[in-house]
Ligand binder design. Structure first.
Ligand code: FES
Length: 108
C-alpha cells in the first residue's frame, strides 16, 4: 500500500478536480480516476469492470455513482458496488482531503 498526495492544498485540489467531473491522474505506475461531489472526493479504477471502457468518459450522477458511458452500468462511489448491471464491483481507492492536498491510497 502506498499513499500519494495530489496537489499541495485543499483549494488547489478543488480547482484541479471540478465538481462531478472525472479526471485521470497518474500515481506512480497506476492511473486512477478522481472525482468529487462537493468536498467528498472519490478515487477509483479507470477501466469499467464490465467491458473495460474508460470510466473517465463516464458521468457522475446526483447520488454519488459513476455511470459508464458504454452500457450505462452504475457503480456506487463509496463502496464500488455495481448498482445497475451485472459485473464485478468497481475498485475504490481510499482518499482523504486535507490541508496538504488529496491523499489517495493505492494497493500495490
Ligand atoms: S463497459 Fe462499462 S458498462 Fe459496459
Amino acid at each position: 500500500m502506498k499513499t500519494f498526495t495530489l496537489g499541495t492544498s485543499k483549494e488547489q485540489v478543488m480547482r484541479l478536480i471540478p465538481d462531478k467531473q472525472i479526471k485521470i491522474v497518474q500515481l506512480g505506475a497506476t492511473k486512477v480516476c478522481v472525482t468529487r461531489d462537493g468536498e467528498n472526493f472519490f478515487a477509483f479504477e479507470t477501466l469499467c469492470p464490465h467491458r473495460k471502457a474508460n470510466l473517465s468518459q463516464g458521468f457522475i450522477n446526483g447520488i454519488q455513482e459513476v455511470i459508464c458511458h458504454l452500457h450505462e452500468y452504475r457503480f456506487d462511489l463509496n463502496t464500488g458496488r455495481v448498482t445497475s448491471g451485472q459485473c464485478p464491483d468497481l475498485t475504490i481507492y481510499t482518499s482523504e482531503l486535507s490541508d496538504e492536498g488529496l491523499k489517495i491510497q493505492i494497493i500495490l
